[in-house]
Design a protein around this ligand. Structure first.
Ligand code: GLC
Length: 434
């Protein structure tokens, strides 16, 4: 076994906390929603039992309304994280579990396609089949939550009301909306950030952004995290490209899995038809020649090129012409000396190749885009996306995210954010095996 595989397995084993995996020690000491999806993909290469337990423990946090929270606080004794379970106070919603405690928002619904990946990699495994039949309705319930609680105009495109739901926490995508929030500091509860005492503050969101995150969290809490008041009052109400593309991809997987098990998939097929058609018609931005997010509160497109749009390829959304346009944008970036795929438009003044979601390369995004490019037979670009992330990890270690400008690499000895990162290890394992 080569060095990368061995290290990846070691990290995943070290981050395993008897039933679930933390993304990285210190910075993220609990179980995260979409991280867990990628993690179990990696675990399936060396310990399928862990993979099954990983997803099972994630779903112990599912709410009665179907929502799958973005953080599951399996331990109430871990005090080094903010906002912790007591700050979220998710039990303002009577359908939130009392144990484990959870956050009050969700994250990209990756679990449908992850389940299909596990099944494809382990054909004929009886334990996995039982597990899949058991978890299937729970994943469907998580999708039903998005369609029933987060799609007020019944368009087939669900909204997020907090940047953390998008998985791309402080992308410049959200700047304009957050800038408009006029914060009265006296109305915010007092809080102390923990992230900047663990990671370099130049790689983390600013304090003004953090105040807005807390403000939106408080707004969710005020409406028990699922009431119509969120639609009525939230200044942040966005139909996100990445979130909706991932939902569509997971729907597609659930339809196939459901049929295989002889289940009724009519409801999912209806969702899917509407979602695909609305994504195509509403989110394609002909001015920017990419898919863009839609700001439902201000009824306007969010005009930035960024990495979320590229996940549409994995979901099979673009026609051949649009897929060609997206592919060309990637090959141009490669030709200009960027590692694929920078998380934000490199030509924007808001691009920052070091800070969190404002420009670096993220491993799990490369995985999603790699798979999407293969789906459209752009094998050459897919190969670059795959080898870029493997090269970055090989040179700089198993970090959370990485520098995207090749010319800066000689000065660097490590990646950015947290080290010994779970999803980095997981996608490296999967990419090595493909
Ligand atoms: C950051 C990322 C988010 C991820 C979490 C744990 O908040 O923005 O996508 O799930 O870290 O890794």
């Amino acid at each position: 076994m080569n060095y990368l595989s061995k290290t990846a397995i070691k990290i995943l084993n070290d981050n395993w906390k008897d039933g679930f995996t933390i993304p990285t020690a210190n910075l993220y000491p609990f179980q995260w929603n979409w991280d867990s999806g990628f993690t179990c993909l990696g675990q399936s290469y060396f310990n399928l039992d862990y993979a099954i337990r990983e997803l099972n423990s994630l779903f112990t946090g599912q709410w009665q309304n179907g929502m799958l929270p973005h953080i599951i606080f399996h331990s109430e004794n871990e005090k080094t994280y903010f906002p912790n379970y007591d700050f979220w106070n998710s039990n303002v919603n009577s359908g939130a579990p009392v144990k484990p405690k959870t956050s009050g928002i969700t994250q990209p619904p990756v679990h449908g396609f992850i389940l299909e990946e596990l099944l494809e990699k382990n054909p004929g495994n009886a334990r996995l089949k039982d597990f899949a039949q058991n978890i299937f309705p729970k994943i469907v319930a998580a999708h039903r939550f998005l369609y029933s609680y987060r799609d007020p105009n019944r368009e087939g495109l669900f909204f997020i009301f907090h940047p953390w739901e998008s998985g791309r926490d402080n992308s410049p995508l959200w700047d304009n909306i957050l800038d408009k929030i006029k914060l009265d500091k006296t109305q915010l509860p007092e809080y102390v950030r923990r992230d900047t005492s663990i990671a370099d503050s130049s790689e983390r969101p600013t304090s003004i952004q953090y105040d807005c995150y807390v403000y939106l969290l408080e707004l969710g809490k005020k409406f028990q995290y699922d009431q119509p008041g969120i639609v009525a009052e939230s200044p942040f109400l966005v139909q996100d490209t990445l979130m909706n593309a991932i939902l569509i991809k997971s729907n597609e997987s659930l339809i196939r899995i459901g049929k295989q098990f002889g289940m009724d998939t009519g409801e999912i097929e209806e969702w899917q038809q509407q979602s695909v058609s609305s994504f195509k018609s509403k989110l394609w931005n002909s001015k920017l020649q990419t898919y863009t997010c839609y700001d439902l509160r201000n009824e306007t497109t969010i005009d930035y090129r960024e990495v979320g749009a590229l996940v549409s390829l994995y979901a099979g959304i673009p026609d051949a012409e649009k897929a060609g346009i997206l592919n060309k944008q990637l090959t141009d970036l490669h030709d200009r000396g960027f590692y694929l795929c920078p998380s934000f438009d490199v030509d924007s003044p808001l691009f920052d190749s070091k800070r969190y979601w404002r420009g670096p390369v993220w491993p799990q995004m490369n995985w999603l885009i790699y798979k999407g490019l293969l789906r459209y037979d752009y094998d050459d670009t897919a190969t670059i996306v795959r080898s870029d992330i493997l090269e970055l990890v090989n040179k700089l270690g198993f970090y959370e995210y990485f520098e995207s400008q090749k010319e800066l690499l000689p000065e660097l000895t490590k990646g950015y954010g947290g080290g010994n990162f779970s999803w980095t290890s997981a996608v490296v394992l999967d990419l090595i095996h493909t």
